[in-house]
Design a protein around this ligand. Sequence first.
Ligand code: ADP
Ligand code: 5GP
Length: 199
Amino acid sequence: MAEHGKLIVFSAPSGAGKSSLKDALMKRFPKLRYSVSATTRPPRPGESEGDHYYFKTLAEFKEMIDRNELVEHMQVHGNFYGTPRAPILQALQQGFSIILDLDVYGKVNFDKAFPDALGILIAPPNLEELERRLIGRQSDSQETIRIRLQNANRELDFAYREGKYEYTVVNDDFNRALEELTGILERELGTRRMQEHSK
Ligand code: ADP
Ligand code: 5GP
């Protein structure tokens, strides 16, 4: 267990395998916590309130923004997503490290509040494989998959140009990528101290 909590931001185009890798890492690092985001996206089959997301109506989400409860928020693929501040500050104070799942644009805003957060970009081996994974997941409509694929190129471009990711891990073979990420977390947990910049 690290002495101080660390923040580790995972970003990836939808379907690259970020959630699967994150879930496997959480099992290997039991003291890591996951920052559960708020979203206006409807739950997918198997997703539950408070585990995967806090599912909000648009009005509820806007109230969270108005009450300044979110470190950052972003519209992604037509839905709103945001990072609740209180659980992060609480977990850091308690010495836990936290994994966050942020889209590449949200990561830039998140960095303004937490400039020392570690960024890890998960990239798919190629766009054809990304499409296969999105279809294979059987969780999104054809139209949703089309939007996500359209956005993937742009997101990767942006991430490479402006993203400030310390690591890029290509999720080609799942176990290989998991081993690479495990090595990164073993190295990194214990070196960075997180403090929110005052506004
Ligand atoms: P994301 O969270 O990035 O949107 P998921 O973790 O939901 O992506 O993965 C998308 C789909 O691809 C899932 O069905 C998952 O089981 C599958 N998947 C993840 N990693 C790999 C991999 N390395 N090779 C093949 N399929 C994968
Ligand atoms: P999904 O709908 O597939 O769960 O997530 C879609 C996208 O939203 C992903 O790129 C994911 O990283 C991003 N995302 C999830 N939570 C947040 C958040 O709190 N803030 C931002 N900016 N993006 C998020």
